[in-house]
Design a protein around this ligand. Structure first.
Ligand code: PAF
Length: 277
């Protein structure tokens, strides 16, 4: 496994590659969710590149950029064990040198849900992902469904800007109690971790109600509020039943929809979602 820490090094390694390149961008502190993306990339491509970069521009001023969990040694060992070929691990100044002033913005679908709770977040995500795509030049890039809105926004950017790659979205990997795997789960204390199982319970309840034929989105939202509201450690930020393509809130579920939520447990903010067929 080769590790590139500068952009010229990464570009030089890229030039040596023939065959398809599968790319897994990450912010490190890897878990099974990331590793399942690496495995899928490994199965579908000649070469696998992962990046580890905690992107400062996607964190708000009051968010957890400074405390975001980091363990690069362990991450490299995990990536090596999954037969990753190249890891791109740039520094902040490598990606954003002094005087940096170019941004990629996707409009509309970035305004709701995560976009309304975390202003500027998606501008940081699309900018860094566009930069990573330009540097790594992947044929396919892999993202987890847990960040459903992020994957939707990146797909839109790729289409709108005619980028020459395929975006693959892979299923959310969960703990035994249903909690979606996330690097931020490391912030949870044991009680909060146990309590956070209510999120997947509420999402599966939404799926069950929908499967029984319920089309009233507000009814399903209310049921989710009630279930999560019974958990004293949970502070709901949003619960949404939205169009799976435009992410606009639905009154009637008459098309593919996504149930998503953001809920705080102590200082930890968790997001999760499921598709409602
Ligand atoms: O999902 C993440 O870990 C990040 O948002 C990403 C896509 C690596 C961009 O920094």
């Amino acid at each position: 496994m080769r590790v590139a820490s500068t952009i010229p090094e990464m570009k030089c390694l890229r030039r040596e590659i023939s065959g398809t390149l599968g790319f897994v961008p990450t912010m490190g502190y890897l878990h099974e969710g990331h590793l399942s993306l690496v495995r899928q990339a490994r199965a579908e491509n000649s070469v696998v590149v992962a990046s580890i970069f905690v992107n400062p521009t996607q964190f708000g001023p009051k968010e957890d950029f400074k405390t975001y969990p980091r363990d690069p040694k362990h991450d490299l060992a995990l990536l090596e064990s999954e037969k990753t070929d190249i890891v791109f691990m740039p520094s902040d100044v490598e990606m954003y040198p002094q005087g940096y002033s170019s941004w990629v913005t996707v409009e509309n679908i970035t305004e709701m849900l995560e976009g309304s709770c975390r202003p500027g977040h998606f501008k940081g995500v699309t900018t860094v992902v566009a930069k990573l795509f330009n540097i790594v030049e992947p044929n396919k890039a892999y993202f987890g469904q847990k960040d459903f809105q992020q994957a939707t926004v990146i797909r839109k950017m790729v289409i709108d800007l005619n980028m020459n790659l395929e975006i693959v979205v892979a299923p959310t990997i969960r703990e035994k109690n249903g909690l979606a795997m996330s690097s931020r789960n490391a912030y949870l204390n044991p009680q909060e971790r146990q309590a956070a199982a209510v999120l997947y319970q509420a999402l599966t309840q939404a799926q069950q109600i929908r499967r029984k034929g319920q089309k009233d989105a507000e009814y399903i939202r209310r049921e989710m509020y009630t279930l999560i509201g019974r958990e004293p450690l949970a502070k709901i930020e949003y619960i949404s039943i939205a169009d799976a393509v435009t992410l606009e809130e639905l009154a009637t579920i008459d098309r593919p929809a996504v149930a998503s939520l953001a809920v705080r447990f102590g200082k930890t903010r968790l997001i999760d979602n499921v598709i409602l067929e």
